[in-house]
Design a protein. Structure first.
Length: 115
């Protein structure tokens, strides 16, 4: 079983930056498919960024060019660098990992973009 703990959320002004981190327990992290999702109030959960099992990076158009996903396999940590944040990016951000036996989720970290 995989446990995921997110950190790095907070309040930021429009145009600002944040870096989210997600620490994963256990071994095998380097071969997991991983990703970040978000859920804004009244909206469905949506994919923000992902790394497939073969290393392909995926971003929706809404964050492409502003968000960057990366991983540190030596420290079992997933990152999401978010630049040029907009009020529409306000949401709870969740870390996801798929070792091959199903999806695991963190509890989420709140990101609020407001002046």
């Amino acid at each position: 079983q995989v446990q995921l703990v997110e950190s790095g959320g907070g309040l930021v002004q429009p145009g600002g930056s944040l870096r989210l981190s997600c620490e994963a327990s256990g071994s095998g992290f380097s071969i997991y498919a991983v990703g970040w999702y978000r859920r804004a109030p009244g909206k469905p959960r949506e994919l923000v960024a992902a790394i497939t099992r073969d290393g392909k990076l995926m971003y929706p158009d809404s964050v492409k060019g502003r968000f960057t996903i990366s991983r540190d396999n030596a420290n079992n940590t997933l990152y999401l660098q978010m630049n040029d944040l907009k009020p529409g990016d306000t949401a709870v951000y969740y870390c996801n990992a798929d070792p091959g036996d199903g999806d695991y989720w963190g509890r989420g970290t709140q990101v609020t973009v407001s002046s």
